[in-house]
Design a protein around this ligand. Structure first.
Ligand code: C2E
Ligand code: MG
Ligand code: MG
Length: 657
């Protein structure tokens, strides 16, 4: 049974193994010309020797027909030698070849058996020799088609050996036995060879599979190394690789491209208020919105945190860049659904063109960053294209940094004080200390400028100390009912040790801590909410007060900032410009005043310049106010004179002291 099954397998096509079938056909393809050449030459040789002895149909017509078939098959092979067969076509082709081998075997055997009785003993021996050598040659050519080789071998050997035995001549009988033994040995060799061949094909397939697997793994690794896993956008590394490639291409071809840097405004707050999981959702949404804007030649990447990059592969006009930037900003400023709430964010984008803004990758990136910086400072939520004006700003910035580093802070820094006024009692209740810097080379530098630069370089820590000591020194000379409001930067409260240092300075000054209120802006607080919370709590526990400065310029809600231990909220002066004419501004101021009342917080309205504004905010319920109307920032020496007038007599609302 097992043998029968083996025999059946040996004579059939390995249908379930497409690779093997295709390899068999391919290998056989190389042998075809040799096979037909051998058949052709041997047949002609036998036919020629029988021309005289055998009838024409046996010595001419049949051999010509057989040789013609060989030539036709050879020509066909030549035509299709390069075709690649699909598995569906390869299996029937292999089957056809097996049938063909059988038919050829029968045809050539029949011809030589018919030819055998003609001619002398020599010619008969030639036919027997022809059959034996031709079958061995053909079987070797059919080595890769096991079934065809075995079929051919069986047909030829069986028919010829039987025929020879029946001739009765001992020489032919011996030849028949010999042929049968050689046939068996050949069958054995074919089986062995075929197995080795199938094994090699399988091994190759496995090798290929493992190579493909390795390739896939390395593709996966490459993908992981170049894709940001959160947003599925290309990551920083991939962005810079593209940037380098673009710059090389542009330098070679003389073309150009544009780099954009996008920063989200208000992302930090979302992270702090709703948690990191929600922050991640926002970033994913940003990624999707950016991807929706990608088009041929425009790529987006996530550079880290809430910073994204965009590469516009071609040189674009400023108008096109602004339009593209605006589309990006518009898409990013649509509301985000976060943890059942709606979060409002915006994106600012800084553009720089290669080679106009910079001729190296680092330069063009830096310039895009400078444009972004300018955008974040003054034009949030809009696209900004790098210009030489930004360059001037950067130069100025590094000049200020340098001067600040080498400044004699004790002698160059001083303070101006601006009164905080109670509109009910019409008396000055406090003074806000405002830092001033006069430098021999730069002259007077605006606080917005030097404070921002000092914050970046951490020089602010020293500046705060110097200014706080100077301010406290003044306060000690003021009437005891006046408090000092002193501005802090985020860095001043970024560690507990730094907060402790401020408390120590207050305590060392002898000024009662309750007379000192520290102002901190909303954006500073939201940089690190937990740290801000613990630092402000420390300051409160030491007896000082804390105020939230410039409220309304950031993104947080009052209920959020109420989680911090503030005593006072200062409404930003930007609401005052049209508070007497714009009902929306009026409503905002009113609602903040009401909320402060409900939460038990004091509220200072900043930036009052006209009596009409003052009337309106007073009617809305404001009590503490600050602004040019009640007093401009003044030198310490002027404060004493001011206070003598202000505290010595009550003055009417709206009248300048
Ligand atoms: P701020 O704390 O909101 O200070 C109020 C700013 O508004 C001051 O500008 C003040 O001169 C100005 N101001 C007051 N009343 C009016 C008004 O009626 N109309 C207009 N248009 N402006 C008014 P200044 O002195 O230029 O300070 C700007 C900012 O710089 C301050 O805003 C504060 O954030 C920061 N700053 C000032 N001094 C210091 C300091 O010593 N340390 C820190 N960290 N920041 C400071
Ligand atoms: Mg302030
Ligand atoms: Mg303010």
């Amino acid at each position: 049974m097992v043998r029968l099954a083996r025999l059946k397998e040996a004579l059939s096509v390995a249908e379930g193994d497409p690779e093997l079938v295709r390899s068999q056909l391919q290998a056989f393809g190389h042998q075809i010309p040799l096979l037909y050449f051998m058949l052709f030459v041997n047949t002609v040789a036998v036919a020629v020797t029988h021309l005289r002895s055998a009838p024409a149909w046996l010595s001419i017509y049949i051999p010509v027909l057989l040789c013609a078939v060989c030539v036709i098959r050879c020509v066909r092979w030549w035509r299709v030698r390069r075709r690649v067969l699909t598995h569906d076509k390869a299996v029937p082709e292999l089957r056809r070849l097996i049938w063909l081998a059988g038919i050829f075997g029968i045809a050539f055997s029949a011809w030589s058996l018919l030819l055998f009785p003609y001619g002398t003993a020599y010619e008969q021996a030639q036919v027997a020799f022809y059959m034996a050598t031709t079958v061995v040659g053909c079987v070797f050519c059919l080595m890769h088609l096991r079934a065809a080789a075995l079929l051919l071998l069986s047909i030829v050997i069986l028919s010829f050996a039987t025929f020879l035995v029946f001739t009765g001549y001992p020489v032919f009988i011996a030849m028949a036995v010999d042929m049968t033994l050689v046939g068996l040995a050949l069958a054995f060799i074919i089986e062995l060879y075929y197995r080795t061949f199938a094994g090699v094909v399988h091994a190759q397939r496995e090798l290929q599979a493992s190579q493909q697997n390795t390739q896939r793994l390395s593709d996966d690794n490459f993908r992981l190394a170049s894709i940001d896993s959160l947003t599925d956008l290309p990551n920083r590394r991939s962005f810079f690789a593209s940037l380098r490639a673009l710059s090389e291409q542009a330098l070679g071809s003389g073309g150009g491209f544009n780099v954009g840097l996008i920063d989200l405004d208000g992302f930090k707050q979302v992270n702090d208020i709703y948690g990191h999981a929600s922050g991640d959702l926002v970033l994913q949404e940003v990624g999707l919105r950016l991807l929706a804007l990608a088009e041929p030649g425009i790529f987006f990447a996530r550079l880290g945190g809430d910073e994204f990059g965009v590469l516009a592969q071609h040189q674009l006009s400023n108008e096109t860049l602004v339009a593209l930037g605006q589309r990006i900003c518009d898409a990013l400023s649509q509301p985000y659904q976060v943890a059942g709430n709606v979060a409002e964010l915006s994106g600012t984008i800084g553009w720089a063109a290669f080679p106009e803004a910079g001729t190296t990758v680092a330069q063009v990136f830096e310039r895009a960053d400078a444009a972004l910086y300018v955008g974040k400072e003054s034009r949030r939520g809009t696209p900004v294209i790098f210009s030489t004006e930004h360059e001037t700003r950067i130069r100025r910035s590094s000049l200020v940094t340098q001067e600040l580093r080498h400044a004699d802070l004790e002698s160059e820094l001083f303070l101006e004080f601006q009164p905080i006024h109670d509109v009910l009692t019409q008396r000055t209740i406090g003074m806000e200390a405002l830092g001033r810097w006069h430098n021999a080379r730069l002259g007077a530098v605006k606080p917005e400028e030097f404070i921002r630069i000092a914050e970046r370089t951490e020089l602010i820590l020293r500046i705060t100390e110097v200014l706080l000591r100077k301010a406290l020194d003044e306060v000690s000379r003021w009437p005891s009912e006046l408090y000092l409001s002193f501005n802090l930067s985020a860095i001043d409260i970024s560690t507990s040790a730094r907060a402790r240092r401020l408390i120590d300075i207050v305590l060392a000054s002898g000024v009662p801590p309750h007379r000192v209120s520290f102002e901190i802006t909303e954006t500073a607080v939201t940089r690190d909410f937990e740290q801000a919370h613990s630092a402000l709590t420390m300051i409160k526990q030491a007896g000082c007060r804390v105020s939230l400065d410039d409220f309304g310029t950031g993104y947080s809600s009052l209920s959020y900032v109420h989680r911090l231990p503030f005593d006072t909220i200062k409404i930003d002066r930007s609401f005052m410009t049209d508070v007497d004419s714009n009902s929306a501004s009026k409503k905002i101021v009113k609602s903040v005043l009401d909320l402060c009342g409900n939460l038990g917080l004091e509220c200072v309205v900043e930036g009052l310049e006209t009596s009409s504004q003052a009337e309106v905010v007073k009617a809305l319920g404001a009590r503490a106010v600050q602004g040019y109307l009640f007093g401009r920032p003044m030198r310490a020496s002027a404060v004493r004179a001011y206070l003598q007038t202000a505290l010595g007599q009550s003055y009417a609302l709206g009248a300048r002291p």
